[in-house]
Structures are given as C-alpha cells and as structure tokens.
Write a protein that binds this ligand. Structure first.
Ligand SMILES: NC(=O)c1ccc[n+]([C@@H]2O[C@H](COP(=O)([O-])OP(=O)(O)OC[C@H]3O[C@@H](n4cnc5c(N)ncnc54)[C@H](O)[C@@H]3O)[C@@H](O)[C@H]2O)c1
Length: 447
C-alpha cells in the first residue's frame, strides 16, 4: 500500500518506519526541515531503541522516503495524521497542527482516500477534520465529488519500546463511520495492518467518537493508577508500612493487575499530564463535573511537590552538592517533556544546592529546557555523561529515572567517591539492596 505520514515525531516516525518494514511504500512528511534533513541521511532526530537500524534498512531498499513538501496526494491510498496536539493554557488540546494538515490534504485531494488520525484528539475531531477537508477541496475541477474517509486510530505505543509495541500491540482500535458508509475505510485498515498478528477480539472496530475517547480513557486510567500508588507511598512514608508489599498484594489480584503500580516521583512525559487535562476539559465542555478525572493531575502535581519538599528538607543546606540520576521522564528515551527530574532540579537549584545531573540520553533535552532558568542558578548546574563523575564528591544522590545503568552501580566505589551518604531512591530500585541500606542513609518511596 502507498502510505503518507504527516509528522515525524515519536508516533509518526515509528508508524512510518514500521509500515515500510512490513513492505508498504511510505513517505514521511514534516515541516521541520532539520528533522527531514537528518532522516534523509538515515539519522534519527530522537532516540528510540531499534528504530535507526530499521530506518536505514528501509531507506536503502527504497520503501521509505522523507519530504518537507508535497504537491499531490494522487499516489497515496492512505494518509496518517500524527502531528502534535499540545495542551493550550486552559487544558484544551491544541488542534492547530491537525487542522493545518487537514487544510493541506483538502487542497491537494483529487481521488478517494482514507485519512487516519493517529494523534490524540478530542471527541468530534474526526468530524472536524472531515469538514475542513471537505471545505478545502477544489471540487470545481471534478466531474464528481471525491470521497474522504476519516479513521480514528489512536496510538498506544510507549516511548522506549515503541517498535516492539507497534509490532506487538495489545489492541488496535479503529474508529470509522457506522454501517456500510465506513466499510471502505475499515477494509483498507484491515489490509494495512494485516501483517500484525493479533487476536480477533483485540482488533476493535468502533465509531470514530468511541475511538477518540478510548485513548483518553486509557491514559487517564493509567495515570490514576500511578497517582493512587504514589498516594499510598506517601502514606507508607508516614506510617512505616511498605508500599512495595502493598503493590505486590494489590497486583496479585487479577482484577487490579500489577502493572503501573510502581511508586515514583510522579508521572510525566508528553501524554499523561496533557491527556488527563484534555479529558477534564472535554468533560466540562459537556457540562459534566467528573471528580475522579479532575483530581488525577492534581494528585500527581501534589505528589511531585511533596517529593521535592522531602528531598529539600534533607539536602537544602547551602553548599550541598546533589547528583541527580536520570533526566528523561522514563528510561530508554531522550524525552524530557514534563519529566519530574526537571522540576526537582529546578527546586534544588533555587534552594542553593549545586546539582550534578546525568542521564544516558536525556542531557541534550534537559539542557534546552533548563536553559530557561535564570543564569544565576544555571551556574550551579553541571551535566556529566558519566554517572560516577556526577556522583564524585556529591553529598547526596537522587535517583529519579530508573535507567538500567543505575540499577547495578558499584556501591563500594560510590561510597568511596561521595562526600556524603544520602540516597533518595525515587523508584525503589535499591529497596532490597542490603549494602545500600546498611552503608547509606536511604530514603525510598514508601519503603
Ligand atoms: N509520544 C508518545 O509516546 C505518544 C503515544 C501515543 C500518542 N501520542 C500522540 O501522538 C501525537 C504525536 O505525538 P509525538 O510525541 O509523536 O509528537 P512530536 O511532538 O514528537 O512530533 C510531532 C511532529 O509533527 C510535526 N508537524 C507539526 N505540524 C506539521 C505539519 N503541518 N505537517 C507535517 N508535520 C508537522 C512536528 O514538526 C513534529 O515533528 C500527539 O497527539 C500525542 O499526544 C504520543
């Protein structure tokens, strides 16, 4: 099949490269010229394990191409929209980029086509996109009108294992028009994804509106699970109970499941905070007051604040040096968007603490984000590629993101090169390490 993908971010690029790898002929389009230049040379604009090799292979075999601009859609059967939908100040999803793409598609349309919305968008966006395309169509040059089919196909990949997730999804959600009107699009989607092996009942065909809401429901539910266990961790900190055992017992209950029950510093990333906020906005727009949804982000924000306050209470003595391990919002990605590490560093610097920050992939992104800070504070911030250099002469370690490199630190060496002996383990990675608990002043998350 001939496929066009708008947007070469985490979602668009993974989609384009993986579809090319399945044998489809794919063109990826992005307005970011630098990204396209890099991709055209077989280089990744961000880090995602396994993607670069697949990108190069499919470029070489001629199934994958990149461009900034197109003048015709005639050669494509399906077009993905995978551009960003960042949040507006009021929490609403900003559909500007989606609408711009819809406008462009409409202006080039000359034959029947399937448009697949992969971006996370509010209920009703498929209709909006259809209307924009319809309006932008230059139908005067046609004998007959051209049919546009809009599919809502939300993405559930996780950064850090996005290629695996694309090839082994736990579900595929296809939203289209009900009845015979949607059959052309549904048939096209079945063909497009025919190489992905999935149980029939996990290939879920629904109305567009349902598909749009499924994505928000999934993210809000997962976010609420994280927020819940984090609240339990706080309670354990105060009571002496152990959240690890609580999570273990809860997870043993098949109705609950053990996934997303790991306490941490609070969720971040480009999806959870923004999607929960957008869902809250959608609820209010529909005249509803939904207390669970509206309190998830509030709980997370409060948890990050409490975590930061707990650290500051111990280390905010002028002149202390703190090594912060892990800057990306989770391991195996360079994405620092909404990463709790950034907030923690921000607060530490403002309390006069010197921060040595390290991360296997997150340093470039963190430098950009933290560059907004006043110069005065930036002077106390140092970045190190090597974790032991970051720890050298530090009074305390704060492990924020559980990269595997940090799981197996040589603690004899750590003890030897550190000035102090404080470890904040915000992911409970060392909770069972008797050496750490014996030789360091250990602060876990509810354990
Ligand atoms: N990142 C994730 O883990 C993830 C997972 C599931 C869903 N999503 C959703 O998928 C969407 C994309 O997310 P992302 O993380 O890939 O975003 P991103 O910010 O990494 O990438 C978006 C890309 O779209 C490009 N773009 C903007 N306007 C364009 C236009 N008119 N034409 C062509 N390209 C254009 C940008 O230059 C950018 O490269 C969002 O709605 C997000 O919520 C993201």
């Amino acid at each position: 099949m001939k496929v066009l993908v708008y947007g070469t971010g985490y979602v668009g690029l993974v989609t384009g490269v993986c579809l090319a790898n399945y044998g489809h002929k794919v063109v990826c389009l992005d307005i970011d010229k630098e990204k396209i230049y890099k991709l055209g040379n077989g280089k990744m604009p961000f880090y995602e394990p396994g993607l670069e090799e697949m990108l190069q292979k499919n470029r070489e075999n001629g199934r994958l191409d990149f461009t900034n601009r197109l003048h015709s859609l005639d050669s494509f059967q399906v077009v993905f929209i995978a551009v960003g939908t960042p949040q507006k100040e009021n929490g609403e999803a900003n559909l500007r980029y989606v609408e711009e793409v819809a406008q462009e598609i409409g202006s080039m349309l000359r034959k029947e086509i399937v448009i697949i919305i992969k971006s996370t968008v509010p209920v009703g966006t498929s209709k909006k996109v259809h209307d924009i395309i319809d309006k932008a169509k230059n139908i005067s040059v046609f004998e007959e009108d051209v049919k546009v089919h809009i599919v809502s196909n939300p993405e559930f990949l996780r950064e850090g294992c996005a290629v695996y997730d694309f090839e082994h999804p736990d579900k595929i959600v296809i939203g289209s028009k009900k009845g015979p009107d949607g059959e052309f699009a549904r048939e096209m989607m079945r063909n497009l994804y025919s190489s992905i092996k999935l149980r029939d009942d996990l290939y879920i065909e629904v109305k567009n509106e349902t598909a749009e809401l499924i994505k928000y429901a999934c993210n809000a539910f997962l976010a609420s699970k994280v927020a819940f266990i984090n609240e339990m961790a706080q309670l354990c900190n105060e009571t002496g109970a152990d959240v690890q055992n609580i999570a273990k017992a809860m997870g043993a209950d098949g109705r609950i499941s053990s996934k997303f029950l790991n306490p941490g510093p609070g969720y971040g990333g480009s999806c959870f905070p923004k999607d929960v906020l957008a869902l809250d906005y959608i609820s209010k727009l529909n005249g509803l007051d939904l207390p669970i949804i509206s309190s998830i982000n509030r709980s997370n924000k409060k948890h990050i604040e409490t975590t930061v306050a707990r650290i500051i209470k111990i280390v905010a003595i002028g002149g202390m040096k703190v090594a912060v391990l892990g800057l990306s919002f989770k391991p195996e990605t360079d994405d620092v968007r909404e990463s709790p590490a950034i907030e923690i560093i921000n607060q530490l610097l403002r309390k006069g603490v010197t921060v040595n920050a390290t991360c296997p992939k997150g340093i470039p992104g963190a430098k950009v984000v933290l560059n907004n800070m006043e110069e005065y504070y930036q002077k106390s911030l140092n970045f190190f590629d090597d974790v032991y250099r970051a720890i050298y002469e530090a009074d305390a370690i704060v492990l924020v993101t559980e990269w595997k490199e940090y799981r197996a630190l040589d603690f004899d060496e750590v003890k030897r090169i550190m000035n102090g002996n404080i470890i904040f383990d915000l992911r409970n990675v060392y909770a069972k390490n008797s050496f750490v608990r014996k030789h360091f002043k250990y602060f876990g998350m509810g354990t």
